[in-house]
Design a binder for this molecule. Structure first.
Ligand code: OAD
Length: 279
């Protein structure tokens, strides 16, 4: 396998993942979201600072639903394969556009979550950031809404995932959770993610472009490679002489420039790949 050759030659690896990596865990991609259950929730109307100002409870409840969904699924073979590769290289940087925490749960360490993480919340006034699972009293208070709501047991939000299983998610305003407020300043807590119209954290973007420019192998997995600045990373790697390998069942905006395109679902391909290598 050609990927085997590139992986064995490489010393410094940079990876960019997108929604397709979590598809086989059962989280719909943004493209899937254009149809079915998710189509009734327009991210452009919910994932913006304006939407939060207009109706903080609706936005908070939508994220509570998404957190419940993220916690109800497991990292898949693609997440696990990337975690297993990390310690084998002099440098390994995993840049992800996903906010679902699955790379961290799979054991990846050097992860740049450039679009944030829905399992974290931060005071809108900037006082404090808290992770749902940090065990603190503050986390318990902020994420009290994550307890399964009555709506979760209905079939209203049931949908099939890529593995043919189904899971439920409450309607975004069904639970009617109050938005938690900051004990320091009284401002609302908000999800620690990048919303439409917001700037990505500049220090994370700098680190991502440094890793891309420094690597000798760049893996582009499960992303349509259309949303910048993340989509600029494989170009930066290629320009510095790195091989760029894409794993995606469908062509992307980058495919014509990739060194190698593997047209398969990432988890299915990578689990087979690691099995064949005996690792
Ligand atoms: P997209 O939904 O745009 O693209 C998902 C990609 O995953 C597509 O290219 C699919 O072909 C591919 N795909 C689907 N199933 C796959 C599988 N099993 N294995 C591998 N690939 C698979 O999602 P992203 O590229 O992640 O930004 O979208 C980038 C950003 O656009 C998101 O992070 C979001 C959105 O605006 C923010 O929220 C800030």
């Amino acid at each position: 396998m050609q990927l085997d050759h590139y992986l064995s030659q490489a010393h410094r690896v940079c990876v960019l993942t997108g929604a397709g990596v979590s598809a086989e865990s059962g989280i719909p991609t943004f493209r899937d979201a254009q149809s079915g259950f998710w189509a009734s929730f327009d991210p452009a109307e919910l994932a913006t600072p304006e939407a939060f100002r207009r109706d903080p409870q609706r936005v908070w409840s939508w994220y509570a639903m998404r957190r419940r969904m993220a916690r109800s699924v497991e990292p898949n073979a693609a997440h696990r394969a990337l975690a297993a590769l990390e310690p084998r290289y002099d440098a390994f940087t995993l840049v992800t556009q996903n906010v679902d925490d699955l790379h961290g749960r799979a054991g990846s360490r050097n992860v740049l979550e450039i679009h944030g993480n829905i399992l974290r919340a931060r005071c809108a006034g900037g006082c404090v950031t808290v992770h749902r699972d940090d065990g603190s009293d503050l986390a318990a208070a902020v994420f009290a809404a994550d307890q399964p709501a009555a709506a979760d047991t209905s079939t209203a939000g049931r949908q099939s995932d890529a593995a043919g299983e189904s899971h439920t998610a409450g309607a975004p305003d069904a639970a009617g959770e109050a938005v938690p407020t900051c004990p320091e300043c009284g401002d609302y807590f908000r999800p620690d993610v990048v919303w439409f119209g917001e700037t990505l954290p500049p220090e994370l973007i700098d680190q991502a472009f440094t890793a891309a420019a420094d690597c000798d192998l760049f893996l582009l997995i499960g992303t349509s490679a259309e949303v910048y600045p993340a989509a600029g990373l494989p170009h930066a790697a290629l320009e510095r002489g790195a091989k760029v390998v894409e794993i995606n069942p469908d062509p992307t905006a980058f495919s014509t420039r990739a060194t190698l395109c593997i047209r398969e679902p990432a988890a299915a391909y990578l689990s087979r790949f690691l099995e064949q290598r005996g690792s």
